[in-house]
Design a protein around this ligand. Structure first.
Ligand SMILES: [Zn+2]
Ligand SMILES: [Zn+2]
Length: 138
């Protein structure tokens, strides 16, 4: 039986997704383009549509979502779309990660962030705003 290359759904995916939501055959089919070892990041390209993605792990670490892939850490392993015109070496993924944090926690609460002088609303379930949660305020 010939192996049929899976078609991609890059265009349907949001700007940022949990790495574990990506289909494993696709993850194994992507082309490596570059790495940033100091941040454990990889830049890969979809062989079907050419979309570039920033991934955080090696293929060997891939775990399907059905196992314990649901990370409970504040900053989960993410797959982030890198725009075609972006220079990945200087690509700032912080806004995307913070947006994902808000989305994955269900939005903001009505309380104010407890960090001194911060006027942002707190992340739902947290005492601090998404930026301060992201930055690891104790
Ligand atoms: Zn694609
Ligand atoms: Zn804050």
């Amino acid at each position: 039986m010939p192996t049929i290359m899976p078609l991609c759904d890059c265009q349907q995916r949001p700007m940022v997704a949990s790495f574990y939501d990506l289909p494993e055959p696709w993850v194994r089919s992507v082309r490596p383009l570059a790495t940033r070892p100091e941040r454990w990041l990889r830049l890969v390209q979809c062989p079907h549509c050419g979309q570039r993605w920033q991934l955080e792990r090696n293929d060997s670490d891939f775990m399907p979502a059905s196992t314990d892939g649901r990370s409970t850490t504040k900053v989960p392993s993410l797959a982030i779309k890198v725009p075609a015109d972006a220079d990945w070496a200087h690509f700032d993924d912080r806004p995307v990660r913070i947006a994902y944090l808000v989305q994955s926690r269900g939005g903001l609460s009505s309380e104010r962030c407890l960090w001194r002088d911060c006027t942002n609303r707190a992340l739902k379930g947290f005492a601090h705003c998404p930026e301060h949660v992201y930055d690891g305020v104790p």
